[in-house]
Write a protein that binds this ligand. Sequence first.
Ligand SMILES: O=C(O)C(=O)C[C@H](O)[C@H](O)CO
Ligand SMILES: [Mg+2]
Length: 424
Amino acid sequence: MDDGLGGAKLSSPTNGANPYKPLEIRAARVIVTSPGRNFVTLKIETSEGIYGIGDATLNGRELSVVSYLEDHVIPVLIGRDARRIEDIWQYLYRGAYWRRGPVTMRAIAAVDVALWDIKAKALGVPLYDLLGGKSRDGVLVYGHANGGDLNETVEAVGRYIEAGYKAIRAQSGVPGLKLAYGVGRGDLYYEPADATLPTETVWSTPKYLDFLPGLFEKLRSTYGFEPHLLHDAHHRLTPIEAAQLGKMLEPSRLFWLEDATPAENQDAFKLIRQHTTTPLAVGEVFNTIWDAKDLIQNQLIDYIRMSIVGSGGITHLRRVADFASLYQVRTGCHGATDLSPVTMGAAVHFDSWVPNFGMQEYMRHSPETDEVFPHDYRFENGLMFAGDTPGHGVDIDEKLAAKYPYKPKQLPVARLEDGTMWNW
Ligand SMILES: O=C(O)C(=O)C[C@H](O)[C@H](O)CO
Ligand SMILES: [Mg+2]
């Protein structure tokens, strides 16, 4: 209707059809499948026949998220308008009262990603377009090279370089220690959650510190400085030990040193920072901005490793990324195999958009997993490319998924050589 004020009328791009009628959530269900490893997936269906899927996998604690979703989240989703992503996020976060934590935030992430998938499908656009469009064509990823000893690890890095990777994380067995973190049995696959009851591993920081700088010196003298090299200390060091390691690794110019010390006490990173210019990455176990705020705001880290599945989905992670951008902290999304192809697909869209992108972790899934989760992201020449199909571009073959029943598996634990419990 003309308001009589003489303003120009906006012509409708949809020829009168109303794209804004509600997309009512009719049903939601959790699919648990184990094509080589366990995955928990949420599928949300709407009145218009459009569905979306989200990942809710919490490695070694999968069924706790299944219960959270089935018993507490799905009942409150039915009947809501799937287009109201923000309101549903706030409802699930603020409305939980017992907020935050890995179980709650994974459940929220699964809903959030499924809703972004639905919205993008309803509008007929790839997810990266909804986020603001691409900031880059391809997304830099790092692969995982590992070996039982120094020579095996150096060879494994060489194979990744030959396969086109521009960035490689190197993990190695340490002389005198059995079952080092990050060292797999096969060449391209590594699964830490390997037993029904946690495998016990033994850790020695002195043995590790004696060995690791030499590995990176060897990698640099063999392959030069072109490939980006990364390493994960996996929460094993105290702050002063982390400072020592960072300092020793400086000549090898790592892209980042990850999880050098646990970040429960965010102040611990001040000490590391005072001693080394090795770039620091942390955050795969974080669930909300509150786990990272001090680290980011005090510029104690360079890369924030929070993932879409671990931290409440796209709605929350993009806020974290925007906050981080104020301090020149860049993203480095966690992407181990326990993050399903659904998270990988969503991450590639997110990474294609996010202005302060750093690097994306890419640990190849097994062929069985890839078959259960058909997807259109693709790896080429060290980069990952998002597909252009509407949504996040990942689906689940439910019939095939049903052929792989859940298998209880837990992550290992670590003890020092004298038996003291340590961080795995
Ligand atoms: O990918 C990494 O950087 C990891 O540290 C992998 C973790 O150990 C793994 O996701 C635990 O489930
Ligand atoms: Mg890690």
